[in-house]
Design a binder for this molecule. Sequence first.
Ligand code: ADP
Length: 159
Amino acid sequence: MTVAIYPGTFDPITYGHMDIVKRAAGLFDQVIVAVAAYSGKQTLFSVPERVTLIQQALAGLSQVTVLAFDNLLVDFAKVQQASIIIRGLRAVSDLDYEFQLARMNQQLADGLETLFLMPAEQYAYLSSTLIREVARLHGDIDAFVHPAVASAMRTKFKE
Ligand code: ADP
């Protein structure tokens, strides 16, 4: 059984992330969406909130599980017996950072392979950062995120 792990901040999960999870689920027996508790980013949603939103957005995908982690990704992957790290590439501009990260993880745990997947073209411009900005200014985000996420964002920005 091949287990793939898709780590990220997911603040919040977007249709772009969901597209990557679905592609990974088509390739591997089990996909773990791993929510980073410490990504060096100040987040809008707490870890439990992000986990719940991902579970709601991906309900129905039986081989997908959602877990939070607060240690080194390669250590977490090992405990979960994952042999593949999934990352998404939207554009060439993602590559610089992703390449550095993949090289570091290769150095830390050789044999744990990073696999890059591309979302469908219509999701290539989506980023959690931009969607947070649109939501903050009360713009319409329904085309970018699952209804449960859109609703949670509207609640956040009413607070
Ligand atoms: P991180 O802080 O680890 O970059 P993100 O939640 O921003 O966490 O992204 C997680 C992964 O998903 C990254 O590999 C990122 O490039 C990818 N990703 C982000 N948005 C999209 C999108 N719209 N389409 C495909 N992949 C995406």
